[in-house]
Design a protein around this ligand. Sequence first.
Ligand code: SF4
Length: 232
Amino acid sequence: MHSTKHSSEQHSLDQAIQEQLKPNQPRQLKEIPNDETLVYQIEQNLYINLTDRCTLACQFCPKHNGCTEVKGYDLAIEVRPPAQQIIDLIGDPNNYDSVVFCGYGEPTLRLKPMLEIAHWVKKNGGKTRLNTDGLGNLVNKRNILPELSECIDALSISLNAQNEAVYIRHCQPVLKGSYEAMLEFVALAAEHISDVSASAINGLEGVDIDACRELAEARGVKFKQRELDVVG
Ligand code: SF4
């Protein structure tokens, strides 16, 4: 009985992951998004938009509020750009404080091209940051932090809530166990990468910022308080 339930849960989890990982349909060249959808600058950082998919559906996420625009850039993408296309768009990574892998979707859903780009940035003298939902180990079914530590200088993890109930309410995870997996990722990250922060959004109903800070600091990482409706 238990094993049947477990295997059916595992099957649903695999299906959910596959749904997020499956490639988009091939597109004609004319439908490839413009360069500023894939690579865009905010202040002194260059942001990389690798995918619009993720296994969360955060209520505060622009894409779940009918908006595909962030700081004047339209980030809707129907294709998954190959690593070389992004590398060609970056130019000289030394022109920026950091090259940042960031949502509109979750970058670790496209781990291979993300690592390839990050290694290229490091090899060419730049700095890298990954903004993540912290579910990369759950989705990729292994500890990806050793691989990240080879090419990611700073990690920013969305902790978002002081308990699972508040997390589920605001982030609506597809994958069971996401909250625990995210907290484990935060703790493990501190062992692999020196500059790690976890964040939560001040002003979201039910979110206890002080309790989130305690969770982050107890796991050996910095806490970053974000403000509702402020992107960046
Ligand atoms: S994890 Fe990021 S990209 Fe995904 S729904 Fe939440 S805010 Fe949006």
